[in-house]
Design a protein around this ligand. Structure first.
Ligand SMILES: [Zn+2]
Length: 148
């Protein structure tokens, strides 16, 4: 499945190029509850909030959704099923997996610690201490030496 099929999630991606491998296994639980077991893996292009570079975060998810028609039915689901509320008769594969993918994207995406291509941008503290090194009193000291 192309990443750009995930309309809401693709707003989070740094670029909407790439593919996910997705499998769906539909069955009926206790002859009443439609269930879909989903496997989903691939690389998500995310923007690192430390260096603003794009990196690929690997994703590997399996989850089981219980298809229900109304939020009131959520409490009938056992804990092994995540609820998926059917809002229309026609749902796309992207709609089925999108929420779970969004939940698995870090709020502040970052490279792994000490990643070689993750260059720390100078923080505000670094900029202030650089200016402090350029001490105007150094010039005054030199003037005094000249006077003596
Ligand atoms: Zn980074």
């Amino acid at each position: 499945m192309p990443l750009k099929a995930l309309k809401r999630a693709s707003e989070i991606f740094a670029e909407a190029t790439g593919e996910l491998t997705v499998s769906f296994d539909f069955y009926m639980e206790a002859e009443t509850l439609p269930v879909v077991r989903v496997g989903c893996s691939g690389l998500l292009p995310l923007k690192c909030q430390r260096c603003l570079g794009i990196f690929q975060q690997s994703l590997s998810l399996t989850f089981t959704l219980g298809m229900i028609k109304h939020t009131a039915e959520v409490k009938q689901l056992t804990s092994e099923y995540d609820p998926f509320i059917l809002t229309s008769e026609f749902i796309t594969p992207a709609e089925i997996i999108e929420d779970e993918i969004i939940l698995n994207i870090p709020v502040v995406p970052k490279h792994e610690p000490n990643h070689p291509s993750c260059i720390n941008l100078p923080t505000e503290d670094d900029i202030i201490s650089d200016k402090a090194g350029d001490n105007p009193f150094d010039i005054l000291k030199k003037l005094h030496i000249g006077d003596a």
